[in-house]
Structures are given as structure tokens and as C-alpha cells.
Design a protein around this ligand. Structure first.
Ligand code: HEC
Ligand code: HEC
Ligand code: HEC
Ligand code: HEC
Ligand code: HEC
Length: 215
């Protein structure tokens, strides 16, 4: 469930009761207005119907992100894997595991697993994975060190300010396109020159006008 009010909103009745008055309320309204779009979802980590772990699969086993999210380079959306993808291995590996029972059941019934969405932009904001990967932005920049996560968690605010900070100055976040799934790529010493050159050659111009993201 998305949190509708930030935690500190619990204090509102107390402040009102305490006779803080109009001034405090105005301050609160301002705080809400400037504070809310930035960080309400950071740290969101819903429990999932199966204890699938990125730390184990792409982490310890070294599976490529694109083995499961195989449309991420060609589509706006990063797809989740089908049950069949899990069963490629789990038909043989840990066939008796209790933790994998919901996966086997889904497979036998021909039902998808009902994963809970972690990241979710409002519909009025347009986002495209394929365009970002072509532009040389890595998964780790927006999703953090997914290979260390037992339960997937949102690490970036996904707010308009967050998008624009990078769009106005993308150079520090650019990397060679063959490194976009590498969680441990380090920028070279000449990152700035490299990125400026890459940007020019690839003609990379992230939109900063309203219609770029609100189509
Ligand atoms: C073995 C398959 C598999 C591999 C490999 C894999 N993932 Fe996932 N990923 C999943 C599944 C299943 C989910 C849905 C459950 C969850 O959110 O943990 C998911 C969810 C996610 C989400 C959250 C989606 C949402 O709901 O917002 C992100 C981000 C993500 N993966 C990134 C990555 C990255 C980055 C890599 C490579 C380092 C990777 N994944 C490798 C199977 C995989
Ligand atoms: C490339 C092979 C492979 C794929 C694909 C794969 N797994 Fe796994 N999975 C493994 C291995 C190997 C283990 C760990 C076995 C061990 O503990 O030694 C494991 C362990 C697990 C466990 C822990 C089970 C337990 O009893 O400890 C769960 C849950 C799980 N996987 C879910 C999934 C889901 C869901 C998918 C599809 C999104 C998936 N796996 C795809 C190979 C795979
Ligand atoms: C520039 C930032 C950025 C990069 C780079 C990025 N993502 Fe995402 N990702 C997002 C945002 C924003 C969302 C939420 C999109 C929405 O709600 O429409 C998202 C959502 C997802 C989802 C949930 C399904 C979806 O498409 O909404 C998965 C899975 C995912 N990302 C995996 C990945 C993987 C794997 C990579 C690297 C190959 C990656 N992402 C790179 C920002 C990014
Ligand atoms: C870390 C840097 C970074 C972040 C964060 C980021 N972007 Fe981008 N964005 C880029 C780059 C680089 C491009 C590629 C521009 C190009 O190729 O000309 C791009 C391109 C785009 C495009 C144009 C796609 C197309 O089809 O032309 C849209 C729309 C967009 N971003 C929306 C968003 C939104 C919405 C967010 C926040 C949820 C976001 N971006 C976050 C770096 C970023
Ligand atoms: C780089 C992408 C990007 C650009 C450019 C952009 N926006 Fe946004 N905008 C977003 C995203 C993403 C959200 C959703 C933020 C959230 O969920 O907190 C958003 C949210 C909004 C909202 C809702 C505000 C709120 O507090 O919930 C308004 C209004 C808005 N944008 C107007 C604009 C206007 C006007 C412009 C041009 C000056 C603009 N946007 C340019 C990405 C963008």
C-alpha cells in the first residue's frame, strides 16, 4: 500500500490541539507542499508472494538482469519474468522446497505470480527504460545495488526534481552502453571528458521541457 500521508503527519492533531494555530498550520502546509513529492516512496519494500531474492539470483548465481527482465532494452517497460523462466531451473533445482510451492502451483495452474509493484510513477509521467539504457544510464543509478537485496526496495524518490537533476546534468551518470547492467562499474578519472564526448557522438539530450515527460 502506498503511504498517503508521510509519518510526520501523525503530529498534525497534536499540534492543532496544542494551540499552535494558524502559523503552525501554514508552516505544515508549506512543508507538505515542498516536502511530499520528494521522498514518500523511498524505502518502500512490499512483501512479495514468493521469497524471491535478487541477492541470490543475479547476486550469488551471477544471472544477468536481462535473463529475466528481457524486454528492458527494447521496451518502455522492464517486464517481470514469466513463471516458465523460474521453472527453467526450478523444475530441477529444489523441487521439494516449501518456499517454491507457490511457483510450482502457479506453473501447474497456468497462472502468473501476483508480484507487488515496487516502483510506480503516476500515469501522467512518461518514462522509457529502453531510451535510458541507449543513453548510457545503468540500472544501479536508479535502482541501487539490487544484487544485495533479499527483498526489492525503492532507493530513489522518482520525483520530478530527481528526474530533472539528472536531465540537466547527465554527464556524471553516463557510462558505456555495454556496462548498463554492471553494478560495479566505476567511472574513469576522465569521466567528464569521456561523457561529454559520448554525449556529443550519441546526440544525448534528455528532455527538460514539460511535454518531454508529460505527453
Ligand atoms: C531470476 C530472475 C531475475 C533476475 C536475473 C533479475 N530479476 Fe529483477 N525481478 C525479478 C522478479 C521475480 C521481480 C519481482 C519481485 C520483486 O520485486 O522482488 C523483480 C523485480 C525487480 C525490480 C522491481 C520491480 C518493481 O516492481 O518496481 C527491479 C528494479 C529489478 N527487479 C531489477 C533487477 C536488476 C537491476 C537485475 C540485475 C542486477 C535483476 N532485476 C535481475 C526477477 C529477476
Ligand atoms: C538459473 C537458474 C535459476 C532461475 C532461472 C531461478 N532460480 Fe531460484 N534458485 C536457483 C538456485 C541455484 C537456488 C539456490 C539453491 C540453493 O539454495 O543452493 C535458488 C533458490 C530459490 C529460492 C529459495 C528456495 C529455498 O527453499 O531456499 C526461491 C524462493 C527461488 N529460487 C525463487 C525463484 C523464482 C521466483 C524464480 C523466477 C523469477 C527463480 N527462482 C529463478 C536457481 C534459479
Ligand atoms: C533512469 C532511471 C532508471 C534506469 C536506468 C532503470 N530504471 Fe527501472 N524503473 C525506473 C522507473 C522510474 C520505474 C517506474 C516506471 C513506471 O512506473 O512507469 C522503473 C521500473 C522498473 C521495473 C518495474 C516494471 C516497470 O517497467 O515499471 C523493473 C523490473 C525495472 N525498473 C528494472 C530495471 C532494470 C533491470 C534496469 C537496468 C537494465 C533498469 N530498471 C534501469 C527507473 C529506471
Ligand atoms: C541518472 C540520469 C537520469 C535520470 C535519473 C532520469 N533520466 Fe530520463 N533520460 C536520461 C538520459 C541520459 C536520457 C537519454 C536522452 C537521449 O538519448 O537523448 C533520458 C531520456 C528521457 C526521456 C526521453 C525518451 C525518449 O523516448 O526520447 C524521457 C521522457 C525521460 N528521460 C523521462 C525521465 C523521467 C520521467 C525520469 C524520472 C522518473 C527520468 N527520466 C530520470 C537520464 C536520466
Ligand atoms: C524529466 C521529466 C519531467 C519533466 C521535464 C517535467 N516533469 Fe513534471 N513530473 C515528472 C514526474 C516523474 C512527476 C511525478 C512526481 C511524483 O510522483 O512525485 C511529475 C509531477 C508533476 C506535477 C504534479 C506535482 C505534484 O506535486 O505531484 C506537475 C503539476 C508537473 N509535474 C508539472 C510539470 C511542468 C509544468 C513541467 C515543465 C516546466 C514539468 N512538469 C516537467 C517528470 C517531469
Amino acid at each position: 500500500m502506498a503511504q498517503i500521508f508521510p509519518k510526520w503527519a501523525n503530529w498534525i492533531p497534536l499540534i492543532v490541539l496544542g494551540g499552535g494555530g494558524a502559523l503552525a498550520l501554514t508552516a505544515l502546509a508549506l512543508l507538505y507542499y515542498y516536502g511530499s513529492p520528494q521522498n514518500t516512496q523511498v524505502g518502500y519494500r512490499p512483501p512479495q508472494p514468493v521469497h524471491y531474492s535478487h541477492r541470490l539470483h543475479p547476486g550469488n548465481l551471477g544471472l544477468d538482469c536481462r535473463y529475466c527482465h528481457n524486454q528492458v532494452e527494447s521496451s518502455r517497460f522492464a517486464n517481470l519474468p514469466s513463471v516458465q523462466t523460474c521453472m527453467n531451473c526450478h523444475k530441477l533445482i529444489l523441487r521439494e522446497s516449501e518456499l517454491l510451492k507457490p511457483v510450482r502451483d502457479a506453473w501447474e495452474n497456468g497462472q502468473p505470480i501476483q508480484w507487488i509493484r515496487v516502483h510506480d510513477l503516476p500515469d501522467y509521467a512518461y518514462f522509457d527504460h529502453a531510451a535510458h539504457l541507449r543513453g548510457g544510464v545503468g540500472c544501479v543509478t536508479c535502482h541501487g545495488e539490487v544484487v544485495l537485496m533479499d527483498t526489492t526496495i525503492q532507493i530513489a524518490p522518482l520525483s520530478m526534481g530527481w528526474c530533472l537533476d539528472c536531465h540537466r546534468n547527465p554527464e556524471p551518470n553516463l557510462r558505456p552502453t555495454d556496462q548498463v547492467v554492471n553494478m560495479y562499474w566505476q567511472p574513469p578519472e576522465n569521466q567528464h571528458e569521456w561523457a561529454a564526448d559520448f554525449r556529443r557522438k550519441q546526440n544525448i539530450n534528455p528532455p527538460t521541457d514539460c511535454s518531454g515527460c508529460h505527453r
